[in-house]
Ligand binder design. Structure first.
Ligand code: GDP
Ligand code: MG
Length: 425
């Protein structure tokens, strides 16, 4: 059976933790989009880790961790992350990389930085991992696939061609005194050949076979639905689709094979980068929630930047669950809210004096004001509770209130950062 774990909000919902937890029963974990701009925090018996590119099944022996063709593959980062986790005592995980995955090139990272600098105060707040230039090149059809790394003639020709165009940009648009040298780039890439070769495979056939053998497959999304290129808060989106359905593209899995879609929804809101964020809070209230959030404050797992904070947004979260095709909601980080007397929840938007529960396009969204309702807080620490019925009545009311608004069943509640902090409902 194929299940998906994906984000219902703006990312950082705690997908890594839920994937690590569910990986215990899985044979295969698949990443199908995004790249090393992800930051999934996982706390388990080996310690605390921030995974960027590696699938969250790498801590479970016997699990095959697949990097699909939709992923932005940064080879340097991949091997660095593998070496780092092994240095902390994790057995060398089983990794499979699609022969069709494309490689993040040094110039993608360079262009990400140069473009954000050029934009100045209008920048996107990119993690500068090269993701937008990478996907642009993919669709311009000048990206480099893993299979091409093993063919000298084609590789050299492709790099030379790309450098002509990129050098023109560097010189005329970015006015930089530097030049890409095809030979340098070629040499950098081929040094990974030996380590990469045994990991490369045809992922679509492998997964098709695994599905037929009824293996348990988990597909793992990065970021969240509201950052989807087509359906999210464009242009402040990511450059690939974090929707479960995109796994049929990014890993070649038949859409009809995905039977369970667990959308991770956070009990309050956080976002990174620019863009409309209707339920955002500021100053002292934001500071307090940020300090109390996550396992150690809400700071980017990749960049260390303070995350933007807000109250739970029913409109955005319901839309996120809808886009994902949710069968189950994993409601995360609820323990964080234990300090509040009253918990504000955004239940609707007001746009031009009209109340709506439809998540609109970006132009309308920029005008939206939150309609807030207040729920009673529970004012205690609820980490460690394992049974739903043992949660304070106020916490159950909060869960059930949000479940009614979402219209999707909350079947898991995460009440702490550790693997065992989970309530199955
Ligand atoms: P991801 O990108 O969706 O995997 O999420 P991140 O790892 O970037 O951010 C989630 C943060 O919340 C991390 O610091 C996690 O350790 C932490 N976390 C996950 N679930 C819970 C939870 O239920 N309670 C608390 N307090 N922290 C959690
Ligand atoms: Mg994250």
């Amino acid at each position: 059976m194929v299940s998906a774990i994906v984000g219902g909000n703006w990312g950082d919902e705690g997908k890594g933790k839920i994937t690590d937890l569910m990986a215990g029963d899985a044979d295969i974990i698949v990443r199908f989009q995004g790249g090393a701009n992800a930051g999934h925090t996982i706390i388990n018996d080996y310690g605390k880790f921030a995974l960027h590119l590696l699938p969250s099944g790498v801590f479970r022996e016997g699990v095959i961790n697949v990097i699909g063709q939709g992923v932005a593959l940064n080879l340097e980062q991949l091997f660095k992350e593998l070496d780092e986790i092994c240095a902390k005592g994790v057995p060398m995980p089983n990794i499979m990389i699609s022969d069709r995955a494309q490689v993040v090139m040094p110039y993608h990272i360079l262009f990400d930085k140069l473009e954000e600098e050029r934009l100045g105060k209008d920048s996107f707040g990119s993690t500068k991992s090269g993701i937008a230039p990478f996907y642009s090149d993919k669709y311009l059809k000048i990206g480099i696939q893993v299979c091409e790394l093993f063919d000298d003639e084609i590789l050299q020709k492709r790099i030379q061609n790309v450098c002509v165009v990129k050098n023109e940009y560097i010189f005329s648009i970015y006015k930089q005194n530097l030049k890409l040298e095809p030979t340098d780039i070629y040499n950098k890439l081929i040094k990974y050949r030996a380590r990469l070769k045994p990991l490369v495979s045809n992922v679509a056939y492998f997964l098709d076979d695994a599905i037929k053998k009824n293996k348990s497959i988990l597909i793992e999304g990065q970021l969240g639905a509201l950052k989807d290129t087509d359906n999210g808060i464009y242009p402040f989106v990511t450059s690939s689709s974090p929707l479960a359905g995109f796994a049929s593209v990014g890993a070649g899995i038949a859409p009809t094979a995905i039977k369970k879609i667990v959308t991770v929804v956070k009990a309050y809101s956080s976002a990174v980068g620019a863009g409309a964020f209707v339920s955002e809070i500021f100053d002292e209230a934001a500071h307090e929630l940020r300090q109390r959030g996550g396992d150690n404050g809400e700071y980017g797992a990749t960049t260390g930047r303070p995350r933007r904070m807000g109250w739970f947004d029913c409109v955005a979260s319901k839309y996120g669950c809808m886009l994902q095709g949710t069968t189950d909601v994993a409601f995360s980080l609820i323990d964080v809210l234990g300090y509040l007397d009253k918990i504000p929840v955004c239940v609707a938007y007001e746009i031009d004096g009209e109340k709506t529960t439809i998540f609109p396009n970006t132009i309308e969204l920029n005008k939206a004001k939150p309609v807030i309702e207040y729920l009673e807080g529970w004012k205690c620490n609820i980490s460690g509770i394992k049974n739903y019925d043992e949660l304070p009545i106020e916490a159950r009311n909060y869960v059930e209130f949000i479940e009614r608004y979402l219209g999707y069943p909350i079947t898991m509640i995460s009440n702490g950062p550790k693997r065992e902090d989970i309530i199955i409902r």
